[in-house]
Design a protein around this ligand. Structure first.
Ligand SMILES: C[S@@+](CC[C@H](N)C(=O)[O-])C[C@H]1O[C@@H](n2cnc3c(N)ncnc32)[C@H](O)[C@@H]1O
Length: 239
């Protein structure tokens, strides 16, 4: 049996790949309203990343030169906004939370967006199948902080994730991360800085204290702003 045959079914709490910890987040929330269920049943199969993907050629009708990955897109409003503003690029969004996927599908349909492909599951399950240096960049926006020390292994940016991203992001490509949680911020920054395949692009405090120009808010960020939390933005370059 090949590794691909061994991929678990969607929507079940599976083991992580390569013996890593499983995905601990929510996969389902409230039952979907009929229109959202229709998006999930009918639109998702048309634009999801195939499980047997070997090349990104043909994944998007316009064969974009630059393809970006958003890890954990939540409700997808941020991904829809950046993809809508850059129709010449391609975007892959990964998110196991079904209600979030349905929400992104609604944006895609209502805004007529054609340059997003969705992986509706744990991102780690697909990364090993993508070809080397295929990405112009990746974003991790406000990942679950898992602040307790004993849960540190659940944080999205592990050494294994750095290895995957270093393999997939082409030299000169970007890794952008944001958080408003003190422990998560320190973790993200320290993990990425300890990796000599990535270089932190900040030259002054304003580079990490301010949301990059033209970069939309995410739903989670907006909630943090309402609750008085300051966000930090970390831009790294793949060397
Ligand atoms: C705190 S939410 C932030 C959502 C969104 N980025 C925002 O800023 O509004 C973190 C998201 O990451 C997703 N996530 C966690 N682990 C993931 C994984 N292994 N693969 C893909 N998404 C993941 C969760 O399901 C959740 O929706």
């Amino acid at each position: 049996m090949s590794d691909r045959d061994a991929l678990p079914k969607l929507g079940v709490n599976n083991k992580g790949p390569r013996g890593e910890l499983p995905f601990y987040g929510r996969r389902k929330g409230r039952p979907l309203r009929p229109q959202m269920q229709k998006y999930y049943d009918e639109l998702l199969p048309q634009i999801s990343v195939p499980r047997d993907l070997e090349t990104l050629e043909g994944l998007f009708p316009h064969n974009p030169k630059d393809i970006y990955l958003e890890i954990g897109f939540g409700g997808g409003e941020h991904l829809a906004a950046i993809a809508g503003a850059a129709p010449e690029c391609g975007f892959i969004g990964a998110e196991p939370f079904m209600n979030g996927v349905a929400s992104l599908l609604r944006h895609i349909d209502e805004d007529g967006i054609s340059n997003i492909r969705i992986w509706p599951d744990d991102v780690r399950l697909i990364l090993d199948f993508l070809p080397e240096a295929c990405l112009a960049g990746a974003y991790i926006m406000f990942p679950d902080p898992w602040p307790k020390k004993r849960h540190a292994g659940r944080r999205i940016l592990q050494a294994s994730m750095r290895d995957r991203l270093a393999r997939l992001i082409r030299p000169g490509g970007s890794l952008r991360m944001a958080s408003d949680h003190p422990i998560a911020k320190t973790w993200l920054l320290a993990e990425a800085m300890a990796d000599d395949r990535f270089e932190w692009c900040a030259s002054s405090a304003k580079d990490w204290q301010n949301r990059p120009e033209g970069w939309p808010e995410t739903r989670y960020m907006a909630k943090g702003v309402d609750e008085g939390r300051a966000s930090s933005w970390f831009d790294f370059k793949r060397l």
